[in-house]
Design a protein around this ligand. Sequence first.
Ligand SMILES: Cc1ncc(COP(=O)(O)O)c(C=O)c1O
Length: 626
Amino acid sequence: MQNDLYGISRWGENLIGILPNGNICLHDPLDENSEGVDLPAIIHSLRRRGINTPVLLRVSNFLEYKIRSINESFQNAIKENEYQGRYLGVFPIKVNQQAHVVERVVKYGSEYDFGLEVGSKAELLLALSQNLSPKSLIICNGFKDSEFVRLSLLSTKLGLRSILVLESVRELDLIIRVSKELGISPELGVRVKLTNSVSGKWAATSGDRSSFGLTVDQVVGIIERLKSEEMLDCLILQHSHLGSQVPNVIEIRQFVQEASRLFIEIQRMGANLEFLDLGGGLGVDYTGEKTSSMNSMNYSLAEYCTNVVETVKFEMEEAQQKHPCIVTESGRACVAQSSILLFSVLESTEFDSVEEITGEEGDHPALESLIGISENLCGENLLEVLNDATYYRGELRSFFRRGQISLPELARGEKSFQFILGKIRKILSEQEVVNEELLAKIKGMADIYHCNFSLFQSLPDVWAIDQLHPIVPLSRLHEKPDRNAILCDITCDSDGRIDRFVLEDGISNCLPVHSIKEDVPYYLGAFFVGAYQETLGDLHNLFGDTNVVTIRLGKNGSFELLDEVEGDTIFEVLSYVEYEPKRLLETFKAHAEKAVEQNRMSLDELKELTSTYKDSLRGYTYYESD
Ligand SMILES: Cc1ncc(COP(=O)(O)O)c(C=O)c1O
């Protein structure tokens, strides 16, 4: 590998690599002999088709690989442990509801009878229209009104297996009433709240404090009620969900053990449960650290499956009960790795300079001292010089605030500081042993790379829950990066920045990058963004959905474009926020006519202005190069 500063060999699995030309490439994990496909070449080819960045790239090979891996790992664990039940996975639609994703999940999962999990009526409608295999499940979680229940019950007539999971005691009354009206016996599940809580991001909402699920006394009440209605045989599934991105395998074991114990006791009360549904939680190792930290996980997929199967088997055999069919609702692990956000750097703000400032007659003594500092700079006194320079720059700033120095003097002071910083950085980059305090200070003065995307639209979890996605320059990886930067998006919001990055040697508060060359695009990729990000994203500053393309990696470094969804136009985003763009145009034209009437504008100018307005309405919401 050329330059693994970004830890690609750790988090990129068998999906992402680096080509000898220093470009990032995508490997087809389903075909070991295929060549890596050059990612900047993909961007170039999309641009030639008129599809510009920012673009969300979905790689169908990655999605298929993940669906296959999850199902086959469970099948292996079942075989190795001589488990008598089967595994049936379902994909929770909320994790990525986009049609091209769900349809492919269903397609790739059909040979494993992979089903869908829904949490709302809209998701149920979507699930009912998919080409699911007859043995697959539709697990209905979430609050259900009578229409929801009706749809689910009637859909069983289509040969679909739609299981209504009781989220509350009230729901049971409703289901009993509707099923009697329709004369259709329901297939029921019960969602139980377990006491085991989880570490990681969802610690506060897991265990006893989870918002969903029935307490054990409510579960007992439901069983009694079903018995009294002679409907206990309708209860076929027990559901529980530990939380998403569970980083620690021990917690998974404890959770599966508790879920199994409850299952056994519910059976002992006379139920005939068929399915043990363990919800989601299977993690994604975003950092590649293989630890139990929040954005990582200390287990592999194979270990997860073995732990689940072994634990269920052990508990069932202790209680001399039949092995149930194990269901999981892994969303993140299915789709996260299959999407990459590709965006360009528009410009950079650098905090150092190569331009040396010389002293002038009458300079303020603080400015004179600052300018003089660089003369003594050497490898041994870098930290001392930085501290002195910072002190004098602070002095100059406060003199300016008090009116004691002029703006040009302050500007020369700032430039002088930047020159010193540049020299320190240069010497530092040549040193083998570096002072950690100095390094941290220098990193804290990283450049700002302004990038053409919206954090709030495309990476909302980075802002909301400190999610880490690996971010990497897509080219020049055979060149040593000469700058360090944080990334800012193009929203006018100071929160629209990324200042935590995954690197080979841990998490860093800046990203090593290359100096931008004029007229040469510099692209970055944010990897593993396929779970939750697309739907949670919002319209901050009216930046809409990005362009989305799905590709299929082929042999010999080729790829095929499968689908393209154009990003929102300005016309569309304005309509989302209650404007009628046509009326906006009319009003705007009326303003322009008035300006012509009052001789403030010529007819040629009116023509140009209105045509620019119309073009913009039809255009992309992101920065467009000329
Ligand atoms: C009930 C349920 N099932 C499955 C999932 C998916 O979890 P994950 O993405 O961790 O697999 C969730 C999400 O939190 C959920 O609430």
